[in-house]
Design a protein around this ligand. Structure first.
Ligand SMILES: Nc1nc2c(c(=O)[nH]1)N[C@H]1C(S)=C(S)[C@@H](COP(=O)(O)OP(=O)(O)OC[C@H]3O[C@@H](n4cnc5c(=O)[nH]c(N)nc54)[C@H](O)[C@@H]3O)O[C@H]1N2
Ligand SMILES: Nc1nc2c(c(=O)[nH]1)N[C@H]1C(S)=C(S)[C@@H](COP(=O)(O)OP(=O)(O)OC[C@H]3O[C@@H](n4cnc5c(=O)[nH]c(N)nc54)[C@H](O)[C@@H]3O)O[C@H]1N2
Ligand SMILES: [Mo]
Length: 823
């Protein structure tokens, strides 16, 4: 499998153990629920403290008279994030969905009625019984009428932490019992890198453990964050953040060693390290890397021995680099014209990289772009020329900025997400019906083009014809690109069903909206530390679900019952039985691996169990074994070596993904040849949210400007447009328009403005294509194009726009309160 399912993001070790656990899980479930007593788990205090956890970290919740009133981080968290306050605030937020709601036209006139009215908020409250009947009947109707590939249940999204309350997996578990659906592959995070890297490195690289921070602190002399901002992005993890990167970074900083940040913005990371900042024009990093590579080659600073023993295809790349093949040497002067960084600086970087023990820590914004595959391929090529891959503290790393990659791994057995019921997950008895899959970021293209043929990583595929979509734990009207194209595409759906905890734009676009419980309103269990596996934490229910909210598990169990599949879905287990079973799988694995753990009841009482790091793991050096003996320890590529030229990609013959890394013009860019709009919009990840999550909490009081999403703008760009700090500004391009509040700052380079992804979409006229977004959803401006035929990944960070002071009547932001009928 080349691209990992988003939900399976763990280290390579983690994925292997997940497969092993599949079989163990199947064996365990044969005993049935009768052997599993509820014991300590039943208790839920009206007053006191309970352990729980989130993407932002493990925490203790204070419960008073059945209400969640205070939150404090787990005492072992070395670097708690301020966002934890939002986790408390969202519980009682006015944005919470309180009751099951159905769009009036859908309810009264049937599926597909008045679809252009979606988003207008005309909902009718219904009982749970009625809502679950409607959902079950609609699944039956659509599958019966249109066949197994008419329901899209890809449901991409970041949901909450927890192995049981894993909404997308639960949805597919339900759908696997019924009769077919369409799912999706890959993710929005590393869509391009995770497809190209297996061709180049034979592994994903983006979701794998990094050379450990202690090794970096000890050996690295130059740490380069290339489009990476770990101080910002390591606040969260896919499971529960343990924040181990922070002491790692602190240790490096304490040694006073050098850091360079290559970024259009002076990031939190740059400030923390007091780093040297180099700011190429966004999306031109490949040109700059080529300029560095050219300098290395012509000044004979490249490591020929490493290239000979550990790579293949350098000889096919050199003619391109020198210009022998196309008449254009990719020298520093050539690179300067594209990326804007002076040729002398580019040459200095090359010399500096070559003379130091250099770690190139690449973030993911670079590949969330048109032709994004090239950036990571070229960064690997650069690291290969430097010849330090596999040496302590040298080479490259694509996950230092994510989930505290580099924090050493303990021996913990892993608690893993409930099975989705497919064969690969060890529960084949659940599966029925056909399943198709699309690359996740092509969802809108799929809706608009049923039956259309497309290319994907060497294969020819065809889009299914979708009549219904079911989303649970994701916010596509935040995460997807080109909102107006999406609004149009959604009209193709007869039915759209959503579970969420809050009234996101996605929930507002739904025909049936079901209120999900937050983590504090249900029981669950999770790993702490995606890579490090620092601990296993009990996520204990502290309060009853607010209003009529229910856990996703309960909701799906109710739907399954109506479809005659309750037994298959629940396997006879209640929530706490599952939590116990998930823990006990890990417990049994620990037992056979000599890692003792408390039994479930003791664990649940304690709230958390920690694990030790074996000394060898603290010294982990990525690719050390391969470097030592590439013949004995080959990579998973066809040649077993690092592929600077890929014959497999050559065979695909794609015009947008050549067989060696190359500079390719994106759709639009700063100073680009045919680019219409003058400002690049850096649509990066927010410092004070997780995507769209917590956008409707009091955290936004700390960052909103003129009541909107903040837009960082360089003083020169502001002056040229007569814009002052704090002004309300309209950002627009040919795809759409949004309001933002401007913060003028020299932290962002001229020509670039920064608007974070995840600001809630708040259309002035819901359902109307082209309408102004009143709050500042940057994905109104981004293009919905694939990175290339190879990866078909999102290009959420390829976007140009213009800014002007807003002159009209200022519209009120309405997205942070529930639709009238649902208040
Ligand atoms: N322009 C641009 N766009 C981007 C990006 C970018 O860099 N630039 N980044 C992309 C990336 S990397 C990602 S990962 C995506 C993120 O996109 P998403 O993962 O869709 O973003 P989230 O805001 O995390 O959405 C999760 C949703 O789940 C809901 N939720 C939380 N807990 C529960 C629960 O227990 N049950 C249910 N039913 N719902 C729950 C939340 O309220 C929220 O609405 O965005 C992508 N979009
Ligand atoms: N606080 C917080 N942390 C998060 C998330 C979140 O939403 N909030 N999301 C999590 C998720 S799902 C993911 S996928 C990761 C995302 O991790 P990344 O994709 O690495 O994060 P970004 O913030 O989008 O981009 C990182 C840096 O790249 C810079 N940058 C943007 N474009 C370019 C470019 O063309 N060239 C160069 N050199 N630099 C550029 C940005 O200014 C930013 O400083 O973060 C995770 N961590
Ligand atoms: Mo992501």
């Amino acid at each position: 499998m080349l691209h990992s399912d988003h939900d399976e993001r763990t280290t390579a070790v983690g994925r292997r153990s997940l497969l092993k656990l599949g079989a163990a899980g199947a064996a365990l479930s044969m005993f049935g629920p009768s052997l599993l007593t509820r014991g300590a788990a039943a208790a839920m205090p009206a007053n006191g403290e309970v352990m729980n956890a989130s993407h932002w970290g493990a925490f203790k919740a204070t419960i008073k008279d059945g209400r969640f009133v205070a939150i404090k981080p787990w005492e072992k968290d070395p670097h708690p994030t301020h966002m934890l306050d939002g986790v408390l605030d969202i519980t009682y937020s006015p944005t919470r969905i309180k009751y099951p709601m159905v769009r009036r036209a859908w309810l009264e006139k049937g599926p597909g009625a008045m679809v252009e009215d979606r988003g207008k908020g005309d909902f009718v409250r219904v009982s749970w019984d009625k809502a679950l009947d409607l959902v079950a009947n609609e699944i039956k109707r659509v599958q019966g009428k249109y066949g197994p590939t008419s329901i899209f249940a890809g449901s991409y999204g970041w949901r909450s932490s927890g192995c049981l309350g894993h909404p997308g997996t639960l949805l597919r578990r339900l759908m696997n019992t019924t009769g077919g659906y369409v799912k999706s592959s890959g993710d929005y995070s590393t869509g391009a890198a995770q497809v190209i890297m297996p061709h180049v490195m034979g592994s994903l690289e983006v979701y794998e453990q990094q050379t450990s921070w202690p090794v970096v602190a000890e050996n690295t002399e130059l740490l380069v964050f290339w489009g990476a901002d770990p101080v910002k992005t390591c606040q969260i993890s896919n499971t529960v953040a343990e924040h181990g990167a922070y002491p790692g970074m602190q240790a490096y900083k304490a040694k006073g060693k050098k850091v360079i940040c290559i970024d259009p913005v002076r990031t939190e990371t740059a400030k923390f390290f007091g780093a040297e900042l180099v700011s190429p024009r966004p999306q031109t990093d490949v040109a700059m890397m080529l300029g560095i590579a050219h300098t290395l080659y012509t000044e004979k600073l490249h490591n020929k021995a490493f290239l000979d023993s550990c790579t293949t295809g350098f000889d096919r790349f050199v003619p391109y680099l020198t210009g022998k093949s196309d008449g254009t040497p990719k020298d520093a002067a050539w690179a300067e014209k594209i990326c804007g960084v002076p040729a002398e600086t580019i040459k200095d970087l090359a010399r500096c990289f070559a003379k130091s023990r250099t770690m190139l820590a690449g973030g993911w914004s670079l590949q969330r772009q048109h032709h994004g595959e090239q950036a990571h391929w070229m960064l690997v090529t650069l690291a290969a020329m430097l010849g330090q891959i596999g040496l302590p503290g040298g080479g490259f790393g694509f996950s230092y900025h994510y989930a505290s990659g580099g924090n050493p791994t303990t021996r913990a057995p892993r608690v893993t997400v409930i099975s989705d019921g497919t064969v690969a997950q060890g529960a084949p008895w659940l599966t029925s019906g056909g399943v198709a899959s699309i690359p996740c970021a092509r969802v809108v293209d799929m809706l608009l083009n049923p039956g259309k043929e497309y290319q994907f990583n060497g294969k020819t595929e065809r889009y299914p014809d979708i009549k219904m979509a079911y989303w649970c734990g994701g916010n596509p009207f935040a995460h997807h690109q080109d909102r107006n194209r999406q609004v149009k595409a959604w009209r193709k759906l007869e039915t759209f069903i959503v579970h969420d905890v809050v009234w996101t734009a996605t929930a507002r676009m739904a025909d049936i909206v079901l209120p999900a419980a937050t983590s504090i309103e249900r029981n669950d269990v999770s790993m702490v530390g995606d890579y490090s596996a620092t601990a296993i934490v009990a996520m204990k229910k502290g309060i009853e679900p607010i209003f009529e909210a229910r856990s996703d598990y309960d909701i799906f169990a109710g739907v399954a019952k109506r479809l005659g599949k309750e037994r298959e879905f629940t396997e006879g287990r209640a929530e706490i039985d599952w939590v116990r079973a998930i823990y006990e799988k890990a417990y049994n694995q620990g037992k056979s691996n000599g890692v003792p753990m408390p039994d479930f009841d003791a664990f649940w009482t304690a709230g958390i169990v920690e694990f030790e790091v074996p000394p060898a793991n603290a010294k982990f050096v990525r690719h050390a074994k391969f470097r030592e003996d590439p013949l004995l320890n080959p990579l998973g590529t066809p040649s077993g070596l690092i592929e600077i030229f890929s014959r497999n990609i050559e065979k695909m013959g794609y015009d947008d993904c050549p067989p060696h890394p190359a500079w390719m013009e994106p759709l639009e860019r700063l100073a680009g040849p045919d680019t219409k709009y003058p400002l690049h919009v850096a649509a990066s990840h927010p410092n004070d949210r997780l995507h769209s999550q917590l956008c409707g909490t009091k955290l936004n009081l700390g960052y909103r400007i003129a009541g909107r999403e903040p837009c960082l703008m360089n003083p020169a760009d502001a002056a040229a447009r007569g814009i002052k700090d704090g002004d309300l500004v309209r950002l627009f391009n040919g795809r759409g328009q949004i309001l933002v509040g401007v913060r003028i700052s020299g932290d962002v380079m001229p020509g670039v403005v920064q608007v974070y992804e995840g600001g809630w979409y708040d259309p002035a006229e819901p359902g109307v294509v082209g309408t102004l977004c009143k709050y500042g959803d940057v994905n109104v401006l981004t293009p919905d194009i694939p990175s290339s035929k190879l990866a078909m990944a999102t290009c959420g960070q390829t976007v140009m726009a213009e800014a002007e002071k807003f002159k009209g009547t200022v519209p009120e932001v309405t997205v942070f309160s529930a639709p009238a009928a649902a208040a």
